[in-house]
Design a binder for this molecule. Structure first.
Ligand SMILES: [Fe+2]
Length: 342
């Protein structure tokens, strides 16, 4: 059956192909389209193959994953979409490249706040968007998101582009809490406090804190673990220069986002895909995934990575991810309106 869907395969081969060959419908196969770094998901995929004998082909597509599957149409070899951020999961649903899944196993493990009410996407792990604070210059262990707009931080805040999907989701959560008008004032206030034009990724905010450019930055939790525990000596220094403060919204908690998965609309290996989706919330895979990615397991009772645990107990926000998804467009318009990235 290899190359039976040669057109689709040809399109796929243009990207960075991590797996070697795609067999579209062999009984033992599963094709995963992912935006995740191959190294981060390999341990859990290896375990799946070990337990089930199902051969996993991964194709890594950083940009345009949804468009790609839509272009491939009914011939798409994609079975499962594995990606990060509600922005990308929702985009897959909006592009019409997913199909709903009804699974007791998934619904039992994943709290309703972290899956699509219609079953088009499921969060398998969580990441919090937090404050990186200079160990040297910031002596506190509490902060609210609202406070980031307080003039006492003038010239002291660093952040990546407001239009990056991680920030869009955070700003969408702010709109859910404050309403649009107050969220706009808040965003203007944060912009007025910036030490420099938004740039770089989350890790660069820690780098800038070490360099003295700013005192606090906004970033995701797992990067701190990746910086501190990785092999890059420079990044180790960035990671060690900061403390993590888990900020909260007034009347809420810490903004969390999901990494998750969806069943592709024309999945040729649907049974294997469902097996994989349910495997991803098993104790084994949740533990392996949390260890490799430094994300919070979505399943209760699974240990978090020690570096992540050292940040203190996470009190996740009460705004659901599905609600955040609905407000993302407004958030993006707000970023433009206040000229956040200018
Ligand atoms: Fe990331």
């Amino acid at each position: 059956m290899k190359f039976a869907r040669s057109l689709a395969f040809g399109a796929a081969a243009l990207g960075t192909l991590a797996g070697s060959t795609f067999s579209a419908s062999a009984a033992e196969a599963l094709n995963i389209y992912t935006t995740r770094e191959p190294g981060l998901i390999k341990p859990v995929l290896d375990e799946f193959t070990k337990e089930t004998g199902i051969q996993v082909n991964t194709i890594f597509i950083n940009n345009g994953l949804e468009e790609r599957i839509r272009t491939e149409g009914e011939n798409s070899p994609a079975d499962v979409i594995l990606t990060v951020d509600i922005g990308r999961l929702q985009a897959a649903k909006d592009y019409g490249v997913t199909q709903p899944v009804k699974s007791e196993a998934l619904e039992k493990v994943i709290p309703a706040a972290y899956r699509d009410p219609e079953g088009h996407w499921f969060g398998i792990a969580l990441r919090a968007r937090v404050v990186y604070a200079s160990k040297e210059r910031v002596k506190r262990d509490k902060i609210s998101y609202e406070e980031l707009a307080d003039p006492k931080w003038k010239g002291k805040v660093c952040i990546r582009s407001g239009q990056h999907l991680y920030n869009i989701s955070l700003i969408a959560a702010a709109i859910a809490h404050m309403g649009e008008a107050k969220a706009e004032e808040w965003l203007k206030g944060v912009k007025a406090n910036l030490a420099k034009k938004p740039s770089g990724g989350d890790r660069e905010q820690a780098k800038d804190i070490l360099a003295g450019v700013c005192d606090i930055g906004i970033g995701n939790t797992y990067y701190v673990s990746l910086m501190r525990n990785g092999k890059d000596e420079e990044q180790k220094k960035w990671g060690e220069a900061i403390n993590v403060i888990l900020p909260t919204f007034q009347g809420g908690g810490t903004h969390v986002n999901v990494s998750g998965l969806a069943l592709a609309k024309h999945a040729p290996n649907k049974a294997n895909a469902l097996k994989f989706m349910e495997f991803m919330v098993s104790n084994d895979s949740q533990r392996i995934h949390a260890e490799a990615n430094s994300e919070y397991p979505v399943k209760a009772g699974i240990a978090v990575h020690p570096t992540i645990a050292s940040f203190g107990e996470l009190k996740a926000d009460n705004v659901s991810i599905a609600e955040v998804a609905k407000l993302r467009k407004k958030a993006s318009e707000l970023v433009d309106k206040v000229g956040f990235d200018q």
